[in-house]
Design a binder for this molecule. Structure first.
Ligand code: 5AD
Ligand code: SF4
Length: 482
């Protein structure tokens, strides 16, 4: 049995059955427990949420923080805290290994701090083998939950606080979307907004559909209501989030396209910039390109994962487009939005990838000339069709191809950086520069970073900035009179 500081258990009567009321009820109980513990400690309880992986996880972490702050925990910058949560990723094997490694460090902190609780959540927890390993070798973890029941965090927190053993609650899937829970944004002026959850695409290398479940879209009116509230609270830029935003709305009772949703969001007064990710090439419609062309708020940046340039490999990856279709999309996008920045994801070493297949990928890279590209070594994820394929590629060959690809990607990014020098363009100021306090740092519509002289008072506002020069991958500029 675990040693734990005792709390006086609160009797629970008339627990609400509907959400989000039920979670607010549990937040009140958690708050009472946190107050009891803080009194024993003689100081407020602290927490730290560490996020691995994608923007979806970053947004989920903001929801965890929202609840923790509401129940009385105080955020701290280190993992030597009274409650540490790892919001995990499992897209590639090394993401899992990183978590196991760091859990060892947390165990040492916990030995010194009797108040400490450790929570694990996110995609990695949806893998049964991970939960088995935790139960066997990581008994000091207090709370384990997955991606489908994150909205129940307040309730799970209460269970974990009352329990002396590991609390585990993992759901296989859900069709439930709970609105109106507290969220604590990392930035005051920009925010992620989930428009859908899950993925139906089953790309043959990818574990996401297994750990995030089937695709579910939020109702447009709920999305609009959330963005309106964010704007009223000072947000000027939103990032619409989904595994495949281009298939948004298909499973709603009254189907809506992503392009239609964007047009509604565009009308929100006070909202200045709209970003979205991720776009799947197979579902990128002419309607969407037209909306992007006519919009004054949609940013001039599109992340369009290629994965491979070989039509043969794309077929085995179950991507439902070929090299020609992808290149055609890029042409259409550039014709509609001439200075759009394009970024991508590429996997090297997918099973059966030949030198010729890899050359096709290099060919697309040279042809499209991405502003930047995330390159990944193929990672064999148990349970996915690709993991069972013969012809896994030897490590030395993959590494050699990866290095060649990276070089090509970097050469092109370096050539492209700086093309806007001399222009005056709107920059959203995001923060005071970490290295030089006389500078502020912001972003252009195309997502490029700009440093310019300024003060904290400029944060969250958009200024016309003259781009004076490009240093490496960022611009140095000067704000013009508005
Ligand atoms: N191995 C390597 N990269 C992967 N990705 C997804 N699954 C794998 C895998 N098994 C990459 C894809 C995706 C990005 C988020 O992660 O490129 O677009
Ligand atoms: Fe994975 Fe493909 Fe879904 Fe993206 S679209 S999350 S790569 S299965």
């Amino acid at each position: 049995m675990k040693k734990k500081i005792e709390i006086e258990i609160i009797d629970k009567k008339q627990i609400p059955e509907t959400e989000p009321e039920r979670q607010y009820y549990f937040m009140d109980i958690a708050k009472a427990y946190v107050a009891q513990l803080a009194e024993k400690k003689g100081a407020p309880l602290t927490f730290h949420v560490t996020t691995f992986g994608c923007q979806m996880n970053a947004r989920d972490s903001e929801k965890l923080v929202g609840i923790l702050e509401r129940v009385g925990y105080v955020e701290t910058a280190t993992e030597e805290a009274d409650f540490v949560i790892y919001n995990t990723c499992t897209v590639r094997e090394n993401a899992n290994n990183k978590v196991y490694g760091r859990l060892g460090v947390l165990q040492n902190y916990k030995k010194k701090n009797p108040h400490m609780m450790i929570g694990l959540c996110g995609c990695m927890m949806q893998e049964p083998s991970v939960v088995e390993k935790l139960k066997e070798s990581y008994r000091f973890v207090d709370l384990v939950f997955g991606t489908h029941n994150i909205y129940k965090f307040a309730e799970l927190l209460v269970t974990a606080m009352e329990s002396t053993s590991m609390t585990i609650d993992i759901w296989k899937d859900t069709d439930k979307i709970v609105e109106d829970l507290p969220v604590e944004r990392k930035y005051s002026f920009k925010s992620g907004v989930n428009i859908m959850f899950g993925c139906n695409n089953f790309c043959s290398y990818c574990i996401v559909p297994y750990v995030r479940g089937r695709e579910r879209s939020r109702e447009p009116k709920e999305i609009l209501r959330e963005i309106e509230a964010l704007v009223a609270d000072g947000v000027v830029e939103v990032m619409l989030l989904g595994q495949n935003v281009n298939s948004y709305g298909r499973n709603l009772e009254h189907p809506v396209t992503f392009a239609q949703l964007l047009q509604e969001i565009e009308k929100i007064e006070g909202l200045e910039r709209i970003r979205f990710m991720t776009s799947h090439p197979k579902d990128l419609s002419d309607e969407l390109i037209e909306v992007m062309k006519n919009s004054t708020k949609i940013c001039k940046h599109l992340h369009l994962p290629l994965q491979s340039g070989s039509s043969r490999i794309l077929k085995i990856m179950n991507r439902h487009y070929d090299k020609e279709h992808y290149l055609e999309l890029v042409d259409k996008l550039r014709a509609a939005v001439p200075d759009i920045a394009l970024t991508t994801d590429i996997i090297v070493g997918f099973p059966g990838e030949t030198e010729e297949d890899f050359e096709e990928t290099l060919d697309v890279v040279r042809n499209v000339r991405y502003d930047s590209a995330f390159t990944f070594i193929y990672s064999r994820r148990t349970g996915t069709p690709a993991a069972a394929m013969e012809e896994q590629i030897p490590e030395e060959i993959v590494k050699e191809r990866f290095d060649r690809l990276l070089k090509e990607v970097q050469r092109i990014s370096a050539e492209k950086a700086g093309v806007l020098t001399g222009q005056t363009l709107p920059v959203l100021i995001e923060e005071v520069n970490g290295q030089d306090g006389t500078l502020v740092t912001g972003r252009l519509s195309n997502n490029s970073i700009v440093h310019l002289p300024g003060t904290a008072a400029m944060i969250g506002k958009i200024y016309p900035v003259k781009l004076l020069e490009c240093r490496g991958f960022y611009y140095v500029g000067k704000a013009e009179e508005a």
